[in-house]
Design a protein around this ligand. Sequence first.
Ligand SMILES: Nc1ncnc2c1ncn2[C@@H]1O[C@H](COP(=O)(O)OP(=O)(O)O)[C@@H](O)[C@H]1O
Ligand SMILES: [Mg+2]
Length: 256
Amino acid sequence: MRALLQTVGLAVAWPGQPPVLSGLDLALGPGERVGLVGPNGSGKSTLLLSLAGVLPAAAGAVHLGGAPVRAGVFNPAVGLVFQHAEDQLFCPTLADDVAFGPRNLGLAGAALEARVAEALTVCGLSELGERPVHRLSGGEKRRACIAGVLAMRPRLMLLDEPSAALDLRSRRRLIRLLAGLDQTLMVASHDLDLILELCPRVILIDAGRIRADGPAREILGDAALMAAHGQEVPPALARSRVAGWPRERAIAGGAA
Ligand SMILES: Nc1ncnc2c1ncn2[C@@H]1O[C@H](COP(=O)(O)OP(=O)(O)O)[C@@H](O)[C@H]1O
Ligand SMILES: [Mg+2]
């Protein structure tokens, strides 16, 4: 597999501070969906900002499609969906906001309109293009952020806590939207059930280092590993264990 995204010995620091992340080696193949989990302050958002080229590497490097990601250089191949929609949406109307990225890529006229319409449709927002962004609901704002990123047709999408503060219906709609995308995805979240649904692979980070990287069900279902990093096995996996319990009990009971 030729990696789409690769980091080698990546360290990331906030200005004037020691590195939050260090020695990170990771590779994502094209089309992979990876969940990024870890306790508060473990560096998930910092890692996404670094992969998107917002924060520079203090050591090591990030490569996308074989080319280095340079901090501060606009790179439409990577789309970052911020945790707080308010950090991302800033134009008067939704359609203006979604048009901002592709306009910067040089699109204009009918091509720009078509690109905006496509992104709004994929995100279920085609009726709301003229709506001021501050008049969108929480779920619509989250999808608006995704539409703004999709309009640049990125190869890699990074999403920071995408289901935070969404009600069940908005969360379900978001999951369906993300599940239908072709892009390579990295999703940082405490919503482990969302990660289980979307991501076959999970990376667990804690105290700035990768602690586990592998199949989602193995990592999220490993009670000792999860507890060691301040996490709990998500109910969906815990339930499947409980489901085995009556059988074990019946066998034990039969032997007695
Ligand atoms: N804007 C910032 N300036 C300085 N330090 C920050 C900033 N944002 C996060 N940090 C620090 O970086 C570390 C990792 O934080 P963060 O990446 O936000 O973790 P997570 O997303 O896993 O909760 C924490 O120690 C946090 O205090
Ligand atoms: Mg965070």
